[in-house]
Design a protein around this ligand. Structure first.
Ligand SMILES: C[S@@+](CC[C@H](N)C(=O)[O-])C[C@H]1O[C@@H](n2cnc3c(N)ncnc32)[C@H](O)[C@@H]1O
Ligand code: FES
Length: 451
């Protein structure tokens, strides 16, 4: 007897376009519908829902198997899900009209598929073709660029409740023919739907990309759109060893989008960081480069006795003030305009935070900040670095290795660093009990204490 009454495996094997596959026949929609229906019927603790790779029955997809009995279903559609969950997973009776139990035919199809696949791979290999994995990685910029352009032009808001290419083109002041091409590509990417000549937002794009939606991420994502232009300078940046200035740099709009982008991540992580560090004995916090103030705001909300001070550059502090004021914690969070590379930090802090800061600076600059932070902390005070931490050989994790290049194209001398480097710099600055704290998500904490 397994840990669950039923265990479902739904095939979600992605295949190149034009090749039959369960995702091409809608297995992700089925998976989604199953998840919702299982929850709605309160069967979460009885049923384990898992995705799986190709079972060789791709022409009959979406395919799924239900264990422990090993019942195979084929051509499942979202409209079948309610019956499968109600009849099979609740009452224990498989839905006969969808069951596939012709074992010899299934085996023959699966074996034939395997052989065809091997032959195709061998022919690919012999012809010296670029493997699909590399090809897709190299062309990964195409979907990315479509979405970023759509966000820059605010296409999803312009689509509104539904409109044709001409109407959308007029709304965003762009060429109707080109807008039509972009809209069609967005449909192909699953971000819009098309009916006749009219385009509509999907529930996802309406939620995340349309102005006025509570969960609209567009402003934060425009920072990613800005960063795209920097990434285009990478070849020259690698040659020269530092960032190449571009026209769009540091305009007020750039800064606003940058801080919105930072806030998007920080506001979710901040309560977790506060919980991890705790507020016992914490009265004064210095938040260096606090940006949107998300971490100070979370500390202030977690403990009425905590006073936070945010130091940031003149262009950012007015934006910080907006976020702090909106959060209603002005009495506990004060703002200071300055340069953390030069200004005196003050003294007597219980915590000094460097959230997403160290990667902007060189080793020497970080060492200097750590030294000055050590002097500014009270006895037993803590220096907290939150960042993407590289493995000792700096080749992973992938996000940290890629982010290092983000810093190459965007800063004078920034990079991602390893735990060894942070620990070494903290100890050299006088910190003791230096430790790494893993958090869910890509960034982690390195914390050092003043004796
Ligand atoms: C990557 S953001 C991180 C913001 C915030 N700590 C967070 O995690 O959301 C870096 C912040 O450092 C600020 N900053 C950059 N250079 C600075 C400097 N020399 N002095 C003070 N702040 C600086 C930026 O304006 C920005 O708000
Ligand atoms: S892709 Fe699902 S069985 Fe092959």
């Amino acid at each position: 007897m397994g840990p669950f009454r039923f265990h479902l495996f739904v095939c979600t094997q992605q295949k190149p376009e034009g090749i039959p596959s369960c995702p091409a026949s809608g297995s992700f929609a089925v998976l989604d519908a199953l998840d919702r229906e299982i929850q709605a019927r309160g069967l979460n603790n009885d049923v384990q829902l898992t995705t799986c790779g190709c079972m060789g029955l791709c022409d009959e997809g979406p395919v799924m198997v239900v264990y422990p009995a090993g019942v195979w279903y084929r051509r499942v559609q979202p409209s079948d899900v309610s019956e499968i969950v109600g009849t099979h997973l609740r009452d224990g009776k498989p839905v006969d009209r969808l069951v596939w139990n012709d074992a010899p035919a299934m085996k023959a199809m699966s074996v034939e598929h395997r052989e065809k696949f091997r032959d195709a791979m061998a022919a690919h290999e012999k012809a010296g073709m670029l493997p699909d994995r590399l090809d897709q990685m190299i062309r990964g910029y195409m979907p990315c660029r479509c979405i970023l352009t759509a966000l820059e032009l605010d296409i999803f808001s312009a689509v509104g409740d539904g409109a044709n290419a001409g109407q959308i083109g007029t709304r965003i002041n762009a060429n109707a023919r080109a807008v039509g091409m972009l809209l069609n590509a967005l449909v192909a990417l699953g971000l819009l739907c098309k009916s006749g000549d009219d385009y509509k937002n999907t529930p996802e794009s309406a939620r995340f990309f349309v102005q006025g939606s509570k969960d609209n991420h567009r402003n934060g994502l425009l920072h990613t759109a800005n960063i795209w232009h920097r990434w285009s300078t990478m070849t020259d940046a690698v040659r020269s060893g530092t960032r190449i200035p571009i026209d769009r740099d540091d305009t007020p709009e750039w800064t606003r989008n940058f801080i919105a982008g930072m806030q998007r991540t920080a506001k979710d992580r901040a309560p977790l960081v506060v919980k991890t560090l705790g507020t016992a004995g914490v009265r004064r916090i210095l938040d260096l480069g606090g940006g949107s103030g998300a971490y100070s705001i979370a500390f202030a909300k977690a403990c009425p006795d905590v006073q936070c001070e945010i130091l940031d550059i003149p262009e950012v502090v007015p934006l910080t003030a907006e976020y702090v004021s909106k959060a209603g914690v002005l009495a506990q969070v004060s703002l200071r305009t300055g340069d953390m590379l030069q200004d005196d930090f003050g003294s007597g802090y219980d915590i000094i935070m460097l959230n997403a800061i160290c990667h902007m600076f060189s080793e020497e600059q970080n060492r200097d900040i750590f030294r000055r932070a050590h002097q500014a902390l009270a006895p037993n005070g803590r220096l907290v670095v939150q960042d993407f931490i590289l493995n000792p050989d700096k080749t992973g994790p992938q996000h940290a290795a890629l982010f290092s290049l983000n810093m190459l194209v965007a800063t004078d001398a920034g990079a991602s660093y390893s735990e060894f480097e942070y620990t070494h710099w903290m100890k050299a600055a006088g910190f003791t009990e230096v430790c790494r704290i893993n958090l869910p998500g890509p960034s982690e904490l390195i914390v050092g204490r003043v004796k």
